[in-house]
Structures are given as C-alpha cells and as structure tokens.
Design a protein. Structure first.
Length: 296
C-alpha cells in the first residue's frame, strides 16, 4: 500500500550529532539524490509505538507489559503480544528473533513548497510523477512547467533565489494521484504544482529548507547561556511525501489471529496518530506532526 502524507509542522529527523557546515544539526538525506527523506525505520518505530495506544483489553495489557524494560527482557520484546507478532521482535537474553509481518519503506518527497512572487508553489519532477503513474513530460533544463494561473502577469517565476522561464503548455497534464486529489490540501497543491528539471530539484529543496536557531537559557540569569547557541534544519510544513507499507501475506497466520486485515487495522491505527503526536525530533517545540491522507 502506498500512503501519501503532508507535514503539518516542520519536520526534523536528524543524522545524529553535529556537522560542520551551514547548520549544526542536519536532517537525514538520501545519499544518491541528496534529498531529505523520512527513514522507514522512523516510520516503523513510531507506528509500532502508537499502535499500542489503540489496542484494547488483553491485547493492550500484553503490549504495554512488553514495552516496559526490565532485567529479564533487555530488548523490550516478549515475542507473544500482537505488536511483536506484527512488527517483529528481537529478544537478546531469550535468543529469539522474528521478522515482522509488515515492511516500511522510506518516505520520499513528492512535492516541496517554495515561496515565490505569486505566492506559494509546490515543486516536483517528471520522474516523481511518472513513478506515481502520472504521465507528464520532463521540461528542458532551463524551463519550468506549471499551471496557467501562475503565469498571469509574466512568463517567468522565481523559486527562492532562482528566476526561470515558466511554460504552461503542459498544464493539463500536471496533476497528482487521485488519492491526493481527493483531499483539500491535495487539490490546492495540484493547482499550484511546478515541474522542475531533474538536475535542479535537489538544489531547490535544499536551498529552501527551514533553518532554526535555539539557545539554552541560564536559569539563574534568565538570559541566553553563552556558547549554547545551535542551529538545525527542518523540512517545512505542507511538504508532500509518499511511502510504501507492504504486508507480508505469506507470514500472516489466521490460527494466531494475525490475518492481513488485522495487520492493516493495527498499522493504520498507528499511522493515524502521526497527526496529533508527530514523529522525529523536537516534538515539544512545535515540530513533527504529519497527516497521512489515504487511511480510509
């Protein structure tokens, strides 16, 4: 199943530790494209945790007990609760391991918001849309394809610091998948969608990431603590993602009550809580909420 989601708040999933460069704390990127992404491990781990909240009765009690660390179970996995059976488990001292019945893949950027002189637009590429089943041609290396309403006063548009020619001849072909178009945010994004050349997309995204600055406050003085200033990157709100979740039907066992339908219900219950509870770092600072669009 392919899910689509957009960021309600800025999203920071860090690489861990500090880096020399424009910011101290950078976000994780795909090494091949240099584009920010949501690691499948982050989606899986958070979904696993949130799925416990929606369980009831004995299933909930067993899952909560499993999630609590103790001396007998140093990796938090009992191997018996429904969460372990669906998401997999590894129990160090018991020397038991089992692969999960569901697989999560990295979240990839589908459309990225950028401020322009005609308001916000969302940038994508022909290859991204082609992979989603939308047949649209790629623009020349120095041209952007876009909707007609974006070229009312001029045939050129800026994307941050870039200023390029805008071609609206392919406007009718530029759209998003039906699962996205059926939502309010999806319609808005589709109406202001721009297709950029492949070589330029990563540069546009990385040049328009949100960069924030934080500082620790000295409790005694109430002022900034000297030397405690740091900066960090974030993917801006209203960024559209897609990620795949695959249920391993061959490992589902109706005798244990772990059917494909049961796995799907539990996974969706966890994904629904991405909206109120979020994922990634700095959740307590207004970061991390994501709305998954096609859960129904």
């Amino acid at each position: 199943m392919r899910y689509f989601a957009y960021t309600i708040d800025p999203l920071h999933i860090g690489t861990g530790g500090y880096r020399l460069g424009r910011v101290d704390n950078t976000i994780i990127r795909d090494p091949g494209t240099n584009l920010p992404k949501i690691p499948g491990t982050s989606i899986s781990g958070v979904c696993r945790n949130y799925a416990i909240y929606n369980l009831e009765g004995e299933e909930r009690e067993k899952a909560l007990k499993c999630a609590k660390r103790d001396e007998k179970n140093d990796k938090n996995n009992c191997g018996e609760c429904i969460i372990c059976k669906i998401f997999g488990f590894a129990s160090g001292k018991q020397k038991k391991n089992q692969v999960g019945r569901v697989k999560f893949f990295d979240g990839q950027i589908i459309a990225f918001p950028v401020a322009t002189m005609v308001g916000p637009v969302w940038v994508t590429t022909a290859s991204i849309l082609n992979e989603l089943g939308i047949d649209v041609p790629a623009p020349p290396s120095d041209v952007l394809f876009g909707a007609r309403e974006l070229a009312q006063d001029s045939d050129r548009i800026n994307l941050g610091w870039l200023y390029m020619k805008l071609d609206t001849s392919e406007a009718e072909k530029i759209k998003l998948p039906e699962e996205v178009l059926n939502t309010k945010i999806g319609k808005k994004i589709s109406e202001r969608l721009i297709i950029a050349p492949e070589w330029l997309f990563a540069e546009i995204v990385n040049s328009n990431l949100e960069v924030r600055t934080s500082v620790s406050i000295d409790f005694e003085t109430g002022a900034a603590d000297p030397g405690a200033l740091f900066t960090y990157e974030a993917i801006p709100r209203a960024t559209l993602f897609s990620f795949d979740v695959v249920i391993d039907e061959y490992r589902c066992n109706s005798d244990e009550g772990i059917t494909k339908q049961k796995v799907e219900v539990v996974v969706k219950s966890g994904l629904k809580l991405f909206e109120p509870l979020g994922l990634g770092g700095m959740n307590t600072r207004g970061f991390g909420r994501i709305k998954v669009l096609n859960l129904d």
